[in-house]
Ligand binder design. Structure first.
Ligand SMILES: *Cc1c(COP(=O)(O)O)cnc(C)c1O
Length: 373
């Protein structure tokens, strides 16, 4: 099969996501990691990320980290919290839980402030918790909880964290690039995202947008060599190089993906396409008789959770397989309290792909002899 003839299945998932052809083609190269061209590419990627965040390059820096998104989260938690620090994690889904798990594994004191999965995190409870516990040094929260697609109010969380003078860590894995984020205005010290979510690069690395002064003050805190965020930053600042083998091809693809994001109109342009995907999906699925799990005001245009239909013939594995045979990959749910599946709206997809998906869903229901509406 040649590159011009393949047609892969469309990925309506939280990741890995569908990528554009030019992004994949950008990887058909071999570059030395110490070569001037590669060093310039890395510097350009870092500069463009700070610009995409609309941040002041004198205040914020972009630090790429090898691995998937979780590796970069682990690098922030593991290398910026002091030995006597305490982390509070606002949890309303699996990704919040994962940050708690990371802290525990690293023997970092952690407090989990849990709330319902179909609503935003509880900002009043955060206020009370910080008022009560002076030992909490850092607060972590997920922007779009991809478990359900719920959006959390980072501005309100940030205002409380700033009032108490603590540090704020935001997992913006599935939102950065498609939702406006005000790093300085919301008081964010560390924001984490990955190459293969809304920026539409290929998997292989993630990145941290860090407040430079806060990161520099974290000297000596790292609990890992390979995931040492400050050392990674210092290495890149010193000679422009990664400390260990860089994901060269993923960076080439990412550079192309950033150019395409800018050509699409930046965050606003990308948000508009994802919103169209979301709205058409919701309209079509609702017409077919499905119901979304998250109430309207809290829903994102990143991913939507739908309840399993209340019908004896519905079997998720069979549904999944029937859609997959028609070129559409959806995702199982990950909820503790409800049976749901998820349909993603991000990645290189547009409304024509959504129409294909809706046709496939209609055909799958027919084949399973399910009549909902
Ligand atoms: C995708 C995602 C991650 C990271 O997942 P990886 O599989 O490690 O790339 C973390 N948090 C959120 C909210 C995500 O959507």
């Amino acid at each position: 099969m040649t590159i011009s003839s393949w047609k892969d299945k469309a990925l309506f998932t939280p990741g890995p996501l569908t990528t554009g052809r030019a992004v994949k083609q950008a990887m058909l190269r071999d570059l030395g990691s110490r070569d001037r061209e590669f060093i310039a590419l890395v510097a350009d990627v870092r500069r463009r990320l700070v610009a995409l965040a609309d941040a002041d390059p004198a205040v914020y820096t972009a630090v790429p980290m090898q691995g998937s998104g979780t590796f970069a989260i682990e690098s922030v938690i593991g290398s910026t919290i002091p030995p006597d620090g305490r982390l509070l994690v606002l949890v309303n889904g699996a990704y919040g839980e994962r940050m708690v798990q990371i802290a525990r594994r690293l023997s970092i004191e952690v407090v989990a402030l849990r709330s319902a999965e179909n609503a935003p995190v509880d900002v009043d409870a955060l206020d009370a918790a910080l008022a009560q516990d002076d030992a909490i040094t850092h607060v972590a929260v997920v922007h779009c909880e991809t478990t359900t697609g719920v959006m959390n109010p980072i501005d309100a969380v940030g205002a409380v964290v700033a009032r108490f003078g603590r540090s704020l860590i935001v997992d913006a894995m599935s939102s950065f690039g498609a939702y406006p984020i005000d790093l300085a205005g919301w008081g964010i010290d560390y924001l984490i995202s990955s190459a293969n979510k809304c920026i539409e690069g290929v998997p292989g690395f993630a990145f941290v947008l860090a407040r430079i002064a806060t990161l520099r003050a974290a000297e000596g805190y790292a609990r890992s060599v390979s995931l040492d965020l400050l050392a990674q930053y210092e290495g890149l600042e010193r000679d422009g190089q990664f400390r260990f083998t860089p994901p060269v091809h993923a960076l080439l693809a990412f550079h192309q993906a950033l150019l395409e994001l800018e050509a699409e109109g930046g965050v606003a342009g990308r948000a508009a396409r994802y919103r169209r995907n979301y709205e058409r999906t919701l309209e079509g699925m609702t017409a077919l008789g499905f119901h979304p799990y998250v109430p309207e005001p809290h829903r994102s245009y990143v991913i939507t959770s739908f309840y399993y239909p209340d019908h004896p013939n519905f079997d998720f594995q069979r549904f999944y397989q029937l859609l997959s045979e028609r070129g559409c990959v959806i995702y199982p749910g990950k909820l503790s309290h409800a049976d749901c599946f998820r349909i993603g709206h991000i990645g290189r997809l547009d409304v024509a792909d959504v129409e294909n998906l809706l046709c496939a869903v209609r055909a799958a229901l027919k084949e399973m002899e399910i009549q909902l509406s």
